[in-house]
Write a protein that binds this ligand. Structure first.
Ligand SMILES: Cc1cc2nc3c(=O)[nH]c(=O)nc-3n(C[C@H](O)[C@H](O)[C@H](O)COP(=O)(O)OP(=O)(O)OC[C@H]3O[C@@H](n4cnc5c(N)ncnc54)[C@H](O)[C@@H]3O)c2cc1C
Length: 377
């Protein structure tokens, strides 16, 4: 049940573009603080693109903060160990000193937050594309309709129209490597002897660069990430070129055969976006629209959710929207910038292949608890 939020005697209203992890989290957190919220999704239904996702302590605390943690924990998995292999030999086994982390399917996470949004009374409109926004608090939809709000949030992903229509200065770049992401059946028995409940980051640099990130999501589903440089026509090919992967990872053949059955997978390179500022007037840009980052340490969605949740918290303390969102950026931006920097470094240098790369610096964002504004572990 939402609180009653009033500023200058009036209930505050937010219009949000994009029902990804960032937009949904912001919608729930604002609604729980008494805002009326309309969330526009350009797609015809609420769904998450991709296969699996890692969430760390920071993202899990957001889920706890909005009341969706139980739903996410049911049907997801924490591997006993995070292993790194080089040329099929273990180079590190990490447990992060007890820091909580979890793997799940993207749809599982998306469903949990979307269900919470609906239960809290967020108005979700699908087939509703936001094509422009104005710092005075107006959005324009593809239909031509114009809507006004106290707060406009651009959570419309890396190609954000809200951001670009306002003209935020931005740096954007793209990685040399990319990934095909697929969900396949676990096939634990067929894989034979091995610690198949672990995450295993399997690197190969010879005779060519190919990596598989092996990530169990639950008892039935396995998330496989197939990484190869963009200029490798074999490794980046969809559907998978089965022989090329079996050749490098023969012990994974039962699940590779399943992966090669997917006809519609996508090879994605990693995009990075850095803005001069995340706010303009009554408009705040959140998630990948503001700070897309390489997935080296799996923090893009975690940061998106933390910043979305923190935005609602800041506005609870500073109800004047323009002051509140400026204070939010000041509080949250340095942590996100440092995370973006390390993910960029790790991706460029393929540092994770060395093993033992989840250093205190790499885990800084993961250790943040936005519900208490402290670092744990
Ligand atoms: C290969 C890879 C692996 C990753 N792994 C992880 C991981 O393990 N852990 C992690 O934390 N992060 C990971 N990330 C990052 C994570 O996926 C993103 O940071 C996260 O999905 C961003 O969420 P978002 O809501 O900002 O954007 P998006 O997920 O892009 O959602 C944007 C939404 O807005 C909608 N939309 C777009 N334009 C409009 C418009 N004009 N009007 C209305 N709606 C619109 C879209 O349809 C979509 O629903 C990974 C990224 C990649 C590329």
């Amino acid at each position: 049940m939402a609180n009653i939020n009033k500023h200058n005697g009036k209930t505050q209203h937010a219009e949000i573009a994009g029902a990804g992890f960032a937009g949904l989290t912001a919608a729930v957190a604002l609604r729980q603080r008494g805002w009326s919220v309309r969330l526009h999704e350009k797609g015809p239904e609420l769904r998450a693109f991709g296969a699996g996702i890692y969430l760390w302590h920071n993202g899990l605390r957001v889920l706890e903060g909005i009341g969706a943690l139980e739903d996410v924990l049911n049907g997801s998995h924490t591997p006993p160990v995070y292993e790194t292999w080089m040329h099929n030999k273990s180079v590190s086994r990490e447990t992060f000193n007890g820091l909580p982390w979890r793997i799940m399917t993207r749809q599982h996470l998306h469903n949990a937050i979307a269900n919470k949004a609906l239960a809290e009374g967020v108005e979700i409109v699908v087939n509703s594309e936001v094509v422009a926004a104005d710092p005075s608090g107006r959005i324009t939809l593809a239909s031509g309709e114009v809507r006004e709000a106290d707060l406009v949030i651009g959570a419309d992903g890396v190609g954000s129209k809200v951001r670009d229509s306002i003209g935020f200065a931005q740096d954007r770049w793209i990685s040399k490597d990319g990934l095909i992401r697929l969900l396949v059946p676990r096939k634990k028995k067929e894989l034979g002897h091995g610690e198949w409940d672990n995450t295993i980051d399997m690197w190969n640099f010879w005779p060519r660069v190919q990596r598989i990130l092996y990530s169990p999501c639950n008892d039935d589903e396995l998330y496989l990430g197939f990484m190869a440089p963009a200029d490798d026509p074999n490794g980046s090919r969809v559907p998978l070129k089965l022989e090329s992967w079996v050749d490098m990872f023969p012990f994974l053949e039962p699940v590779l055969v399943e992966a090669a059955k997917h006809q519609t997978a996508r090879y994605d390179r990693y995009e990075t976006t850095k803005l001069d500022t995340w706010t303009r007037g009554r408009v705040a840009i959140i998630g990948d629209a503001a700070h897309a980052m390489c997935p080296a340490i799996a923090q893009g969605a975690g940061c998106a959710m933390v910043n979305a949740y923190s935005l609602a918290r800041e506005l609870e303390e500073i109800p004047d929207v323009e002051d509140g969102i400026r204070a939010w950026e000041k509080r949250m931006r340095p942590l996100t910038d440092r995370c973006q920097e390390i993910t960029g470094e790790y991706a460029a240098n393929r540092s994770l292949s060395l093993g033992n790369q989840f250093t205190a610096r790499a885990l800084e964002t993961a250790r943040y608890d936005p519900t208490r504004r402290v670092f744990s572990w």
